[in-house]
Design a protein around this ligand. Structure first.
Ligand code: DGI
Ligand code: FE
Ligand code: FE
Length: 191
């Protein structure tokens, strides 16, 4: 079993207080979703604890970390590094700095902001937990989405993607090609 106490201490040092609190909330929300949807709770806790581990790096560090380690950076990611690059960089650090070897956990971290087509259950759980954790207050339809999350992962994922895209459209945020691809894929395949 992963040493959650150690990981928690490391994240407490690495993150600002509010981001650390969000991290704990995501970890426990992901674990509760894992219990309901028959996914390994240790993996969900680990993914939750580490998902934003690169979120508090300054932008220049974030970009240089990606460049130095040959992580591909798109133009949209470069324009929105705090929002988009922390997931990719976080997955890299989870492996290199925090010793995670499980690819499912690493992918859950890597795609927690944009999602991707054909997500695993763990990937969906982290993506959803990040959106619904109790500290989140402002997103549209939160009450409905929180209930849905404990019943149907795919339906919830699609609803969040839909709301995220319409939020980005109203705020003029640039849409990452992976966010769009994920939305298109789940729109096409949804039952
Ligand atoms: O790191 P968190 O704040 O906990 O949450 P997150 O990693 O899910 O997302 C960070 C932000 O990225 C959030 O405000 C939603 C936004 N986002 C998701 N997809 C896209 C995006 N922002 C842009 N510009 N483009 C996207 O495609
Ligand atoms: Fe994040
Ligand atoms: Fe987060």
């Amino acid at each position: 079993m992963a040493d959650f106490k150690k990981l928690r201490k490391k994240m407490e040092k690495e993150l600002h207080a509010k981001r650390y609190e969000h991290t704990l909330s995501v970890a426990y929300t992901a674990a509760s979703l894992a219990m309901v949807h028959n996914v390994d709770t240790d993996s969900a806790m680990t993914a939750g604890l580490l998902h934003d581990c690169a979120k508090c790096l300054p932008t220049d560090k974030l970009i240089s970390l990606c460049r130095k380690n040959d992580l591909p950076v798109s133009e949209v990611e470069l324009q929105n590094p705090a929002a988009l690059l922390h997931a990719k960089a976080g997955s890299f650090l989870a492996r290199k700095k925090y010793g995670v070897t499980d690819d499912d956990i690493l992918n859950a971290i890597k795609y927690h902001t944009t999602g991707r087509p054909e997500m695993s259950k763990l990937e969906k759980i982290l993506y959803i937990a990040d959106y619904i954790e109790p500290g989140r207050k402002h997103a549209a339809n939160l009450l409905q989405i929180r209930k849905m999350a404990y019943q149907d992962l795919d339906q919830t994922l699609f609803k969040i993607l839909e709301d995220t895209l319409s939020y980005l459209l109203t705020t003029g945020g640039e849409i990452d090609s992976m966010t769009q691809e994920t939305y298109d894929y789940y729109k096409r395949t949804r039952s």
